[in-house]
Design a protein around this ligand. Structure first.
Ligand SMILES: *[C@@H]1O[C@H](CO)[C@@H](O)[C@H](O)[C@H]1NC(C)=O
Ligand SMILES: *[C@@H]1O[C@H](CO)[C@@H](O)[C@H](O)[C@H]1NC(C)=O
Ligand SMILES: *[C@@H]1O[C@H](CO)[C@@H](O)[C@H](O)[C@H]1NC(C)=O
Ligand SMILES: *[C@@H]1O[C@H](CO)[C@@H](O)[C@H](O)[C@H]1NC(C)=O
Ligand SMILES: *[C@@H]1O[C@H](CO)[C@@H](O)[C@H](O)[C@H]1NC(C)=O
Ligand SMILES: *[C@@H]1O[C@H](CO)[C@@H](O)[C@H](O)[C@H]1NC(C)=O
Ligand SMILES: *[C@@H]1O[C@H](CO)[C@@H](O)[C@H](O)[C@H]1NC(C)=O
Ligand SMILES: *[C@@H]1O[C@H](CO)[C@@H](O)[C@H](O)[C@H]1NC(C)=O
Ligand SMILES: *[C@@H]1O[C@H](CO)[C@@H](O)[C@H](O)[C@H]1NC(C)=O
Ligand SMILES: *[C@@H]1O[C@H](CO)[C@@H](O)[C@H](O)[C@H]1NC(C)=O
Length: 612
């Protein structure tokens, strides 16, 4: 196989300008042509049952286990109202664990396990530091109120003033792990990290994996390159320590990851800064991460209609107990299941859905009105495999930069194989979409199953369009046209952005909620394509999203985790916790959109100009 070409441009001495451009045009030639399945999939079939609870589970740390007991007692004591189970596993100890456990057991309890509120409050105060106290404020070293060259295309003064307020939120969300954590790690569920962090906000007090990609996109628009690199350094540290990037930097997140976007972070930072050292440092970590997603229980084989074997990846948490941060809630759901092995499998599904980032959604349910039918480990997800394909292509580019020809060659092969797998297993020519694929219950990584059209999930999800985000697909004009038309008529595009699905379920990752990352990937993909219609569609969606973020900000004083795409200015709801503000990826996507599309001086902002 030949390698892709790579052109160098000379660098500007301050290092803040592109130094080289990745050209994958040869690769496109090699990998071109989508082989369509050409069949109309029917409703999902029921594959055979198997031995479905695989993968070892070892107990979590004694501190996490203890804090789960505290969480249960807190629920019994305070009741359901405003109860957030995560708060209790985020506490840190003031004295050692055995002293604390002894005091906890001495608390007088009544028959329901509850403690009197004053007794419990006193115990909490005496033995714990507040949640989040071990993450301390850190002034970002590269923050200035108005960076040079900030959003040059934003001309409207009102929009500009708001963008600067959103930019200033990076200060609110900057933290570093307190020294107390490395002094007494056994007192904390927070994990030590080498660099400062940017958190999503509110109950998400620690660093998260996939959120960080859009945080970084915003930081790049804010010209905060040091802060962006520090985030990547932390994630590389997690790979060095655990073999993969954890869901988040907490002891109770050590048994699952999140959508793998580290390569995209490094690629984009390199694009802006030309920092070769970062690429050199990241490459070995990315190779390790690639291994994590392409081995063991994450790996699944499927044989297509033409007898060709493909390997794709799935989400699969190494966990079959309640998620510590939602332990009380998970147990209530599991109580509907009859026996221990069904409960274990359900707990694994819950943790694996958390690994997908889409927690929770009818996308992962066999019966969309029965939460206990979550079955993500029996699904090959489109977006996960696109992220891994992008990882492979990014590794090719980075290996070219550092002159590692062997890695270039082997990852070109991996990328080509995954492109073929995506074309054969996910692409649906009739729909003009890539569809998730149901595999049999309890599929191990050695088995190979036959592809069936009826196993494609025909429901519309925003993730069915995520492939357009990567250049390999958005540079293909035929595909872009098909996908644009399909998207236009999918019903997903609402007044205020792209809905996550068409099912109104009360879950967060369903209708009518819209999430910043999904808006961003689809808009960026359409915008990068050669099609004028796709480009204007991208701009239109970006404008709707900016308007709704703006109006909600003016009304509530905050950026939100998710929005209701049915109505401009409405925030999202549903799910297992109250809606959160802050908010890392929403801020990042607004800044990235304003950077790309700008805002003309004479264009009103607001819902149909009502606000101006
Ligand atoms: C950075 O990305 C832009 C947009 O995709 C591209 O045109 C440019 O060539 C890239 N620069 C580098 C250094 O890769
Ligand atoms: C797969 O396993 C789940 C959980 O045990 C079960 O409810 C479902 O019926 C199984 N599906 C098939 C097709 O056997
Ligand atoms: C869970 O994570 C911990 C910490 O990394 C690790 O020691 C343990 O082996 C993991 N459990 C499984 C089942 O992989
Ligand atoms: C915990 O602290 C108590 C009181 O300070 C001390 O007596 C005990 O030895 C400590 N236990 C451990 C395991 O460090
Ligand atoms: C236990 O305490 C809770 C709250 O403190 C109270 O609502 C409940 O009635 C008590 N139950 C019993 C059996 O005393
Ligand atoms: C950000 O921090 C500043 C200063 O602490 C505070 O005044 C402001 O309310 C914060 N903004 C938000 C949206 O949290
Ligand atoms: C595909 O995998 C099956 C089962 O592992 C094997 O029997 C078959 O030979 C493979 N086909 C090809 C073309 O490699
Ligand atoms: C648990 O229930 C499932 C489905 O009802 C059944 O197939 C399985 O044998 C049961 N396992 C045990 C240990 O009873
Ligand atoms: C789906 O779940 C609902 C609620 O539990 C139940 O009423 C319905 O019968 C289920 N549908 C199927 C096809 O099993
Ligand atoms: C790697 O490939 C490039 C481009 O094909 C070539 O110029 C270079 O000599 C190769 N390096 C090594 C170490 O083989």
């Amino acid at each position: 196989m030949r390698t892709a070409s790579f052109h160098s441009r000379s660098s500007n001495s301050n290092g803040n300008h592109p130094v080289s451009s990745f050209s994958l045009s040869l690769l496109f030639l090699l990998l071109a042509s989508v082989s369509a399945s050409g069949t109309v999939p029917k409703a999902m079939s029921k594959p055979a049952t198997g031995n479905f609870d695989r993968g070892p589970v070892i107990p979590t740390t004694p501190l996490v286990t203890f804090l789960e007991h505290v969480q249960e007692t807190a629920l019994a004591t305070f009741g359901q109202k405003d109860f957030d189970p995560k708060l209790y596993v985020d506490l840190s100890l003031k004295s050692n664990l055995s002293t604390t456990v002894t005091a906890f057991h001495k608390l007088p309890r009544n028959a329901t396990g509850s403690v009197s509120i004053p007794d419990f409050k006193e115990f909490m105060h005496e033995y714990f530091d507040g949640a989040g106290n071990d993450l301390v404020y850190a002034e970002p070293p590269d923050f200035v109120p108005e960076p040079d060259g900030f959003l040059p295309k934003v001309k409207n003064p009102q929009v500009r003033a708001w963008a600067l307020e959103v930019h200033a939120l990076w200060k609110n969300l900057s933290r570093r792990v307190s020294c107390s954590v490395s002094e007494r790690p056994e007192f904390h569920t927070l994990l030590p990290l080498p660099g400062p962090v940017v958190i999503p906000g509110s109950r998400f007090r620690e660093v998260y994996y996939w959120d960080s990609y859009w945080v970084i996109r915003g930081l790049l628009a804010s010209k905060m390159y040091k802060t962006a690199k520090a985030i990547v350094t932390n994630l590389i540290y997690l790979i060095d320590t655990y073999g993969y990037v954890l869901n988040g930097a907490r002891a109770y997140y050590t048994n699952r990851s999140q959508p793998p976007l580290l390569s995209a972070m490094v690629y984009d930072i390199y694009n802006r800064t030309g920092d070769l050292d970062l690429v050199k440092k990241a490459l070995p970590a990315l190779l390790k991460e690639h291994q994590f997603w392409n081995s063991g229980i994450h790996k699944v084989n499927v044989q297509d209609n033409r007898g060709r074997n493909h390997t794709l990846s799935r989400y699969y948490a190494m966990w079959n107990k309640p998620r510590p941060e939602s332990s009380t809630t998970d147990k209530v759901h599991a109580s509907k299941l009859l026996n221990a092995s069904e409960k274990e499998q359900f707990y694994r599904e819950l943790a694996s859905v958390a690994e997908s980032g889409w927690d929770f959604s009818t996308r992962w349910m066999r019966n969309t009105s029965d939460f206990t039918t979550l079955a993500i480990t029996s699904i090959l997800p489109v977006d996960l495999n696109i992220f891994i394909l992008k990882m492979e292509l990014d590794i090719v580019s980075m290996a070219q930069i550092v002159g590692d020809n062997k890695t270039v060659e082997s990852f070109l092969k991996s990328a080509q194989a995954r492109k073929e797998a995506i074309d054969s297993v996910f692409w649906n020519e009739e729909n003009g979409q890539w569809l998730d694929y149901w595999i049999s219950n309890g599929t191990g990584s050695q088995e190979c199953q036959r592809w069936k059209a009826s196993n494609q999930n025909n429901n519309a999800f925003a993730s069915n369009f995520v492939p357009i985000w990567i250049d390999l697909f958005n540079s293909d004009t035929c595909i872009v046209e098909k996908v644009r038309k399909s998207f236009q008529s999918s019903g997903l595009l609402g007044a205020a952005g792209i809905a996550t699905s068409l099912t109104r379920s009360e879950e967060q990752w369903d209708f009518p909620n819209g999430w910043a990352p999904l808006q961003h990937m689809i808009v960026e993909g359409l915008g990068k394509s050669g099609s004028q219609e796709a480009k204007s569609m991208a701009q239109d969606i970006a404008m709707r999203w900016i308007n709704t973020n703006y109006v909600a900000y003016k009304e509530t004083g905050a950026m939100h985790e998710k929005y209701n795409v049915e109505k401009c200015g409405d925030i999202g709801g549903g799910g297992e916790y109250i809606p959160q503000t802050g908010f890392g990826w929403s801020n990042g996507v607004v800044l990235a959109f304003l950077e790309e599309f700008g805002w003309p001086a004479d264009l009103k902002i607001g819902c149909n100009g009502v606000l101006l």
